[in-house]
Design a protein around this ligand. Sequence first.
Ligand code: MSP
Length: 660
Amino acid sequence: MKYYITTPIFYPNSSPHIGTAYTTVAADALARYQRLRGKDVYFLTGTDENAQKILRTAEALNVDPHVYVDGIVERFQSLWQQLDITNDDFIRTTEERHHVVVKEIFTRLYEQGDIYKAEYKGWYCTPCETFWTESKLVDGKCPNPDCGREPELLKEESYFFRLSKYQDVLLRHIRENPDFIQPASRRNEMIRFIENGLEDLSVSRTTLKWGIQVPFDPQHYVYVWLDALINYISALGYPEGEKYKKYWPADVHLMGKDIVRFHSVIWPIILLAMDIPLPKVVYGHGWFLSREGGKISKSRGNVQDSFELIRRYGSDAIRYFLLRELAAGSDGIYSEDNLVERFNSDLANDLGNFISRSLAMIVKYRQGVLPQPVQDSPLEQEIRALSAQVRENVQERMESFDPAGALEQVWRFVARCNKYVDETEPWNLAKDQNSAGRLDTVLYTFAECIRILGIFCAPFMPGLPPKLWSLLNCGPELLKWEDSSRWNILAVGSTVQKGQPIFPRIDIAKLTELEGEDVMENLPADQAAPIVETETAAAQPAETAAEVFEPFKEEIEMEDFAKLDLRVAKVLQAEKVAKTDKLLKLEVEIAGETRTIVAGIAQHYAPEDLLNRRIVIVANLKPAKLRGIVSHGMILAASYGDKLEALTLDKDIPGGARVK
Ligand code: MSP
């Protein structure tokens, strides 16, 4: 009955942003859901403070690194509070309780020969806090597609962790436990990565004096990832703490796809070497990308102040947007207009409207007193059956770490409630005395639907249920998960109120007008533009021979061409996109990263024709949504009349190689 859930511990080198907030909000929704299901939940988050980049940032700003970090950690804690995050603990890796455990583990690994001393010669990317061998660099730059910055050359004495020794046992564990790394695309990616061979990892540095010292060799500081991963057990008081005994192993480590590799290689190997059970699930979700392209991140300068966003829209709305927008396993696009659009359609229109109009009718036709339901019809039976079905489906989605899928289910119920109002036409029933019993049933059902929606929404928008209870003149006793598919719970004869609209529509033009310059500056330039749903059209059949060759385009400068980031990509998975005959959804690998690309080539290629082929893609094209799927790049293909052939490679160039 226990459930231990964690977020990554965040680098406090800059304030948290809306992208960082996603994982914590998603973990909170899962934690709240599991608590509602009666589990004894432990939810951990925190900050990763021993990273070299923190020291570098503080030095650049000429502030004491401890003082600098304390200030940012406060921002994280305050953001989590404002987003109604219910973490049970907040670990800071500068805390003594963490240092003790890291030192103990490092020493034991050394004593049993899993850590040894040698010389490290290679590259280190400080922004990514990652060691790279020469062969992995791309044009001398960090190969992380989201970074590309210049690494530093290191040549120093270092301690190494024998990852290679555990390669086979790790692979076996991953194969025997298909749920260990999720979703499946990340699991496959990790299996391929490990199969390519694990090299021993440098796990200490001598150049910067920051972090945790190696206890038996204090010149050395523990590599930040080895230190950071241990937070998941140091926070529980490993090895003797009561919490450790109760909650370990974790039920899920939730994180962005960027750090799944650390959690599926280094972390399990530390645990295997220490003879500690492995976490049950490592789940890597997608990223929030900006409309302009690229991950939302501080270093790209495309982040918005999350505190300002909460002030403007409220925590529930931000939570709803983040949770609904990132479909399981995919990336999502964040923009403020996207947020406002979702707010207006899903919260103001669908949910808010149902609540207001149904309560208004109970007040208008029965002075707010809940009538005794008498005459059931198939419509009420249908709604009851749907509540049970939605409950089951939400459960299934939440067990699969998919809050977006769960919310989609809840909105099926919201849509059904609105349809029920239209079908029953209470305004007509009210005109006819003979329909009084029927109207009683309908109005009572409205109130029950509101009660049920409060339960369904509770894990995602925790501010909503108390508002609904006060309208229904009830309290937290209504919040029982099992009651989301039970009926006739509200007391007949109790009174309800109309209240103010819970999610009043947002008029973005008014908002900017009211708040003046300040807000205008914060809004993205493309504020009013709708989300573009473009479809990469497959080549159209040519009408006449003269049109077969497309006309040449105007000359461009070399620098225009150089803007294109063309890369080799290996096709890992391909499938048709539902309800279109043109589009294929491809999962491709470039430089160890898996991307989704939607391409208009389904009339020319069966999905299986492309499997394991190496194609050429434009890697730096702004992401676009095609049929609800975010496509992160475009494939190159030659077209001639109605023929089309994707550019493929037939020698052995790996995914990620540049095409120039
Ligand atoms: N400190 C390491 C994690 C150590 S865990 C033992 C780290 N920190 S981080 O501050 O860079 O945070 C990374 C995490 O923030 C991602 O894994 C993801 O959970 C979240 N996100 C950061 N930007 C994000 C988006 N744009 N979109 C979605 N999640 C994002 O890596």
